[in-house]
Design a protein around this ligand. Structure first.
Ligand SMILES: [Zn+2]
Length: 150
């Protein structure tokens, strides 16, 4: 029997910058959120509920040392052509462009119709085991990626 997706949901907050500067940007937002009470050095702060309604259990900085695709790994993922709607799961090879065999279009990751949304990034803030999928303070230009953890 296949394993059922767990109920744990993590939120990755991903800066648009895909250079190494993204790591410093992530730490800068982390330190700002410590000052605001959303985080402590180790995890959720006293005002974590203002960041995510209901709060979260843990938090960390993710620094994979390369550009990676942040995406849902458990519980379903769809990628479709933004022009003709053709399913592109087989052709999808991030971080490079994806060619649609139906309409012959070529698309960057951010232009594809991905459900749930994905983001290419160099680093992220991870809010783990969130009580809701609503993020009240998304830094300007950052992406929000929800990830079920099996
Ligand atoms: Zn197409």
């Amino acid at each position: 029997m296949p394993a059922l997706p767990s109920h744990r949901l993590d939120v990755h907050l991903v800066p648009a910058d895909r250079t190494d500067r993204a790591v410093a940007e992530v730490w800068s937002v982390w330190e700002d959120w410590v000052r605001r009470g959303y985080l402590t050095a180790e995890g959720p702060g006293p005002l974590a509920g203002e960041l995510i309604p209901g709060g979260f259990v843990a938090a960390r900085v993710d620094d994979p040392r390369a550009v990676v695709l942040y995406s849902n790994q458990v519980g379903g993922f769809q990628v479709r052509c933004p022009i003709c709607g053709h399913g592109l799961a087989r052709e999808f090879r991030p971080p490079g462009p994806t060619r649609c065999p139906e309409c012959n279009g070529s698309f960057e990751v951010e232009d594809l119709d991905c459900r749930p949304p994905v983001a290419l990034g160099r680093a992220s803030i991870v809010l783990m085991d969130v009580a809701s999928a609503v993020v009240n303070r998304v830094p300007t230009g950052w992406s929000v990626v929800l990830r079920r953890v099996g």
